[in-house]
Design a protein around this ligand. Structure first.
Ligand SMILES: *[C@@H]1O[C@H](CO)[C@@H](O)[C@H](O)[C@H]1NC(C)=O
Ligand SMILES: *[C@@H]1O[C@H](CO)[C@@H](O)[C@H](O)[C@H]1NC(C)=O
Ligand SMILES: *[C@@H]1O[C@H](CO)[C@@H](O)[C@H](O)[C@H]1NC(C)=O
Ligand SMILES: *[C@@H]1O[C@H](CO)[C@@H](O)[C@H](O)[C@H]1NC(C)=O
Ligand SMILES: *[C@@H]1O[C@H](CO)[C@@H](O)[C@H](O)[C@H]1NC(C)=O
Ligand SMILES: *[C@@H]1O[C@H](CO)[C@@H](O)[C@H](O)[C@H]1NC(C)=O
Length: 283
């Protein structure tokens, strides 16, 4: 009786252990292939916000978004997976249009985002701040508009910020200088204005900072390391010069005018005098 009771407990315990073991095993084997809801939201929204007129994005379909990775293998063109999560997106030179969805921030394991050399418009979403693992951000050679979001400073691992050749406006956020790992920074050929933060333009402490080639081609951007004469200094000098020059020119012109008028009047008077003398009867 007692032995029977013990044996029944034991068998139920071992059944429980098998069940637990099976659950762990299933999780370990199948978890990487299961969909990740945040990656799925990210990819779904990104594919909706981007336009792909050349049909370059192979396999970017709804069914693949639910299951884009198998461990380290990706089924999506341009995507790299790491342990079942999207880890890199590299969609360069594919003639993509449209804009960058703020839901891209749901790809929370993303370490590299390269959308360079397309025709993408619209803003850089400030939501990218939640990509806390992001090391590479290359959005160069597009048609992005609006400001550089200062929130990017929250992506503390950023090594590369390449935004050259876009239509970005506003000032360069001072805070970006706080990114201690930043080793490449390029905002050349945009429509940025204002002073270059000294934290990016000048060597501060032991941090290597960036030379003029990172800042060239922004008409209203000024300060070190851009050459002083090609920016604000020159335009102010030019304005003063033009002002002084035109003032002086008009002075000279009116002076000449007066002189000529005087000369003419003098000659006229002389002529009149001559006429008068001629008209005067000789007595
Ligand atoms: C996507 O991100 C937004 C904003 O951070 C969040 O509210 C939402 O729950 C996320 N969606 C998924 C499926 O993770
Ligand atoms: C497209 O995705 C399917 C699975 O959804 C996969 O079997 C196939 O290999 C993928 N094709 C490419 C070109 O990656
Ligand atoms: C996309 O198509 C356009 C026009 O058909 C073509 O000029 C361009 O080179 C194509 N881009 C790519 C990346 O294939
Ligand atoms: C960003 O992408 C462009 C074009 O694909 C490439 O030429 C450039 O070197 C990249 N920037 C960095 C810092 O790697
Ligand atoms: C760089 O910063 C130092 C002090 O922080 C300053 O003395 C120096 O003039 C700056 N250099 C340039 C070229 O702006
Ligand atoms: C500016 O820095 C870049 C790399 O950051 C380098 O390739 C380039 O040669 C530098 N230019 C000058 C003029 O020092």
């Amino acid at each position: 009786m007692g032995a029977c009771a013990w044996s029944s407990t034991s068998s139920s315990m071992s059944f429980g252990a098998i069940l637990l073991f099976a659950t762990v095993l299933t999780g370990a084997v199948f978890r990487p292939a299961l969909s990740d809801p945040s990656d799925e939201a990210c990819l779904t929204h990104l594919s909706q916000s981007l336009q792909d007129p050349n049909r370059s994005l192979k396999n970017w379909t709804k069914s693949t978004f639910a299951n884009p990775c198998s461990g380290f293998t990706s089924y999506l063109q341009g995507a790299t997976c790491n342990n079942g999560r999207i880890y890199k997106l590299s969609l360069t030179s594919l003639s993509l249009r449209g804009s960058i969805s703020p839901f891209l921030a749901n790809c929370t394991n993303l370490q590299a985002l390269d959308l360079s050399s397309n025709f993408i418009t619209g803003p850089i979403p400030a939501e990218l701040q939640s990509l806390v693992n992001l090391a590479v951000l290359n959005l160069s050679s597009n048609r992005l508009q609006g400001p550089i979001p200062p929130q990017l400073t929250l992506c503390a691992y950023l090594n590369v910020i390449d935004l050259h050749q876009n239509l970005l406006t506003g000032t360069i956020p001072q805070q970006l200088g706080l990114l201690v790992r930043l080793s490449a920074f390029d905002v050349s050929n945009n429509k940025l204005s204002g002073p270059i933060p000294s934290s990016l333009g000048n060597r501060s402490g032991s941090l290597p900072r960036f030379n003029a080639s990172s800042f060239l081609g922004n008409k209203e951007l000024y300060g070190y390391p851009l050459p002083p004469l090609k920016t604000k200094g020159l335009s102010v000098l030019a304005i003063v010069g033009i002002g002084l020059g035109s003032g002086f020119a008009s002075l000279v012109l009116s002076f000449t005018g007066v002189c000529i008028w005087l000369k003419i009047t003098e000659r006229k008077m002389a002529l009149e005098e001559g006429k008068i003398t001629q008209l005067m009867p000789d007595y």
